[in-house]
Design a binder for this molecule. Structure first.
Ligand code: MN
Ligand code: MN
Length: 300
């Protein structure tokens, strides 16, 4: 077993905080709302329950499949009739859980969200230790196609670990001949993404970057950049963060230049948003599970 009892209790607490947060967020997301209010509500709920966000709350709309969080002072709103993925994570002493749901304000989007939930349920009901990863991908793909939709082929679930959101193993959303097996005692996030049947069914990097992480704690020139980098190292380690989370770390008039310096010097890196290649809408569902010999325990 890779984790001892105490570590598993931290995963379970992390998952409980995240589950409660997700269920409160389901009723919160509405058309015309400021996206930044959704992000801050979710992150605030996580903190109020004693957890820390493992990454910024992602609010990814329509053809944006993942990796959008509000930049500082974001004035963008949830569009009418849109399909919104809310993807959130918690860490407790570094033990990460990850979950997502789709709120859709149109009938087609709600059907796609239902297909994503059903594919996730099917994967959870069938996954167990020593199962081939490609087989899980096949179950997810078939469930989505039976509902008349298409999976996103180049987005996957992933093993998670301590201070690690992607701990090395990917769980595909399409059938593959991968003989790599799910390991008993490991913790994985399973996350089917669903799009329309006539979509290309993969994502490309978009132009926007709103989520960052520490790349290398190297020397930077200005005192403000040094202070900002120290804050990132201490508070987020290698986990993703939003620029919003750095407000107030250095005087307001130095913030922009310091942040720019960190990015230009490659002390930090950014994750581009993922956009469906044919600009078709995307839905998502996600849970984090602990693998058992004969099944799994849903942590979220
Ligand atoms: Mn997620
Ligand atoms: Mn995930």
């Amino acid at each position: 077993m890779p984790y001892d009892k105490e570590e598993l209790e931290k995963f379970r607490l992390s998952g409980k905080i995240l589950r409660e947060t997700r269920e409160e967020m389901r009723g919160f997301v509405k058309e015309s709302m400021l996206i930044i209010d959704v992000c801050e509500k979710a992150e605030g709920l996580i903190r109020s329950k004693g957890g820390k966000p493992a990454f910024p709350c992602n609010v990814s709309i329509n053809e944006v499949a993942a990796h959008y969080t509000s930049p500082p002072g974001d004035t963008a709103r949830i569009p009418e009739a849109s399909t919104v993925k809310v993807d959130i994570g918690v860490q407790v002493d570094g033990y990460v859980t990850d979950t997502a749901f789709t709120a859709s304000f149109n009938a087609e989007g709600r059907s796609m969200a239902n297909a994503a939930e059903l594919a996730l349920k099917t994967a959870i009901e069938n996954i167990h230790g020593d199962m081939a990863l490609g087989k899980i991908g096949g179950l997810i793909e078939n469930t989505i196609k039976n509902r008349g939709f298409k999976p996103i082929s180049n987005l996957t679930g992933h093993s998670v670990g301590r201070y690690l959101i992607h701990a090395g193993t990917s769980i595909p959303n399409v059938a593959s001949v991968s003989l790599t097996k799910v390991r008993t005692g490991e913790v994985y996030a399973i996350e089917p993404f669903v799009t329309l049947p006539d979509a290309i069914g993969r994502v490309d990097d978009g132009p926007q970057i709103t989520i960052y992480r520490l790349l290398k704690a190297k020397s930077v020139k200005s005192d403000a950049a040094k202070k900002m980098l120290k804050h990132i190292e201490t508070n987020f380690r290698t986990l993703p963060f939003a620029e919003r989370w750095l407000i107030g770390v250095v005087p307001a008039e130095q913030h922009k230049a310091a942040f720019k310096e960190l990015f230009a010097s490659k002390a930090i890196m950014g994750y581009p948003v993922f956009v469906e290649a044919s600009k078709k809408p995307v839905a998502q569902a996600e849970h984090t599970v602990l693998i058992k010999e004969n099944g799994c325990e849903v942590l979220t």
